[in-house]
Design a protein around this ligand. Structure first.
Ligand SMILES: N[C@@H](CCC(=O)N[C@@H](CS)C(=O)NCC(=O)O)C(=O)O
Length: 246
């Protein structure tokens, strides 16, 4: 059965680490763009969490401990409210439905559909072609240069499409949708981190670049950056959004 938004009850905020009285645990890898989405969203919602690092390079995602949480052998996994959630966008939707605070989705159904479409264009149509298994396979078939070419081409062409999706003066504001950051921005910024890493050409990505500049001024985005996450993972604490304030 599909849960509708109205069927989900909001836990009453009481004193506690996340405002609802229970510890939140993010099974995270600092460079994972899917986990980065969740770090941003939890920062926007003003939540605190404990980080359990999962070293993807060492293959810990396929170890018994992590597979028990996420049978897909991927990060992130999120322990929250006695649940174990997988799939980053499902986590963002869960946070939106259960946690007060700045909204990740606009109120109107049509606008929500637009925001989700932008997020899904990234999370379903760009990101999976750059996951570790795919990249390793490409490298085995064509060598290290093929791996880099593949990634640049996939992310570059995908972002050109997102740029067109953002071509809506009525809806795109300082952020992907309107003037406050939401689910689409949580998905876009991690993808841009990867794009930069792989040397994607940002020519023709003016709207995306403007959104990236706006996000760079938002503490939750700054605190969730992989460099911060790597440092936070060393101490197993969530990054401090206030520390990212510029
Ligand atoms: N659709 C999933 C994607 C998760 C995913 O691909 N995670 C990557 C890191 S960004 C991963 O764990 N890769 C490890 C591997 O491929 O072995 C989500 O949004 O949570």
């Amino acid at each position: 059965m599909t849960m509708t938004e109205t069927e989900v009850s909001r836990p009453a905020p009481v004193a506690g680490q996340d405002g609802a009285g229970q510890e939140i645990v993010l099974h995270d890898y600092w460079r994972s763009s899917a986990a980065y989405r969740v770090r941003i969203a939890m920062g926007i919602k003003g939540l605190s969490w404990r980080t359990v690092p999962v070293d993807l390079v060492a293959g810990e995602q396929r170890g018994a401990r992590h597979m028990a949480l996420n049978p897909q052998g991927l990060v992130p996994a999120l322990e929250i409210d006695g649940l174990v959630l997988t799939q980053s966008l499902a986590m963002l939707e869960y946070l939106e439905q259960t946690r007060p605070g700045p909204a990740l989705l606009p109120p109107a159904a049509g606008e929500r559909a637009r925001v989700r479409a932008i997020a899904l264009a990234i999370a379903c149509d760009i990101h999976p072609l750059s996951n570790l298994a795919v990249l390793n396979r490409v490298e085995r078939l064509g060598g290290a240069e093929a791996r880099a070419d593949w990634n640049r081409a996939n992310i570059g062409s995908g972002l050109q499409v997102v740029e067109r999706l953002l071509d809506h003066p009525g809806f795109t504001g300082r952020f992907c949708h309107g003037d406050s950051p939401g689910l689409a921005d949580c998905t876009l910024i991690p993808q841009l981190y990867n794009a930069t890493r792989w040397g994607v050409d940002f020519n023709g990505l003016g709207r995306i670049s403007a959104v990236a500049r706006a996000c760079a001024d938002v503490p939750a985005f700054v605190a969730a950056h992989p460099d911060r996450a790597a440092a936070a993972a060393a101490g197993s604490q969530s990054p401090d959004p206030a520390a990212g304030d510029r």
